[in-house]
Design a binder for this molecule. Sequence first.
Ligand code: FE2
Ligand code: FE2
Length: 159
Amino acid sequence: MADNPATTKGATDITREQLIGLLNEDLAREYQAIIAYVVYSQALKGAQYMSIAEELETHASEELEHALIVSKQIDYLGGTATVTPEPVKVSDKAEDMLRFDLDNENETVRNYRERVRQCEALGEFAIAEQIREILVQEQEHQIDLATALGIDVPDVGGR
Ligand SMILES: [Fe+2]
Ligand SMILES: [Fe+2]
């Protein structure tokens, strides 16, 4: 017997209202990333961290671009963009700062992968496309941070 689509709800079965809420969570993470990269890029001290500090400055402007793209999609869907960032951790140790950034990027990548599928399930293919482009940069951020920490890029999966 064929599955009844009304009773086979998957993780991608969400409403537009729920998508607005999830995009606002993404936006709060983008604000968090902007703040973290602005602060950490200046707080990293020591000759061995100079090139990653410069990378983090570049990340800061890319995260601002992402925030603008995400807030535009929220507006398009008829929602109101949040003004509250996710909290930013502080430490005076360079390795902690890089680790916090990598943890956040992992979380961001996991979420955007899910968001692409959710947008497509809703038929919002253009929003999915915008998020795919953000995802490419978030994965580059992961690589930059993992490289600076001397580790492999973690496999964060898609959900
Ligand atoms: Fe971002
Ligand atoms: Fe990022």
